[in-house]
Design a protein around this ligand. Structure first.
Ligand SMILES: [Zn+2]
Length: 106
C-alpha cells in the first residue's frame, strides 16, 4: 500500500465516529494536512447530527495548498482492515471544485 494511504489508514483509526475515515493531503511530496471525519453539529440545533467528512476537513485545513494536491482517503473497519472509502458524491464534487490533482482511496 502507498505510504500516504497507509498514513490515511492510521489517521482513520483515530476517528471517533462509528464509521472511521481518515484523509491525508499531500502537496509537493509533503503531507500538508490530515483529518478524520468528525461530528461538528451543535447539540442545541437541528444540525446536532452534522458530520464533516474526512476529505473535506483535510482539504479545508490544507487551504491554499489544496489545489493540485494529492488526496488519500482511507476507511478502517472494526477489525483494523481497510474498508471502501470511495468519496461520496458531495465530497467528489467538492474535491473537483477545489481542483485537487488526484484522489486515491482504500
Ligand atoms: Zn463524503
Amino acid at each position: 500500500m502507498n505510504k500516504y494511504l497507509e498514513e490515511a489508514l492510521r489517521v482513520a483509526k483515530t476517528s471517533r465516529c462509528r464509521y472511521q475515515h481518515g484523509c491525508v493531503v499531500v502537496s509537493n511530496g509533503r503531507i500538508v494536512s490530515k483529518a478524520t471525519n468528525k461530528k461538528v453539529g451543535d447539540p442545541k440545533t437541528a444540525w446536532r447530527k452534522a458530520h464533516i467528512h474526512a476529505e473535506v476537513a483535510a482539504v479545508l485545513a490544507a487551504g491554499k495548498r489544496a489545489p493540485g494536491a494529492l488526496v488519500y482517503v482511507a476507511r478502517v473497519l472494526a477489525d483494523g482492515s481497510p474498508g471502501d472509502s470511495q468519496p461520496c458524491k458531495k465530497c467528489e464534487g467538492y474535491l473537483n471544485r477545489v481542483g485537487v490533482a488526484k484522489v486515491v482511496w482504500t
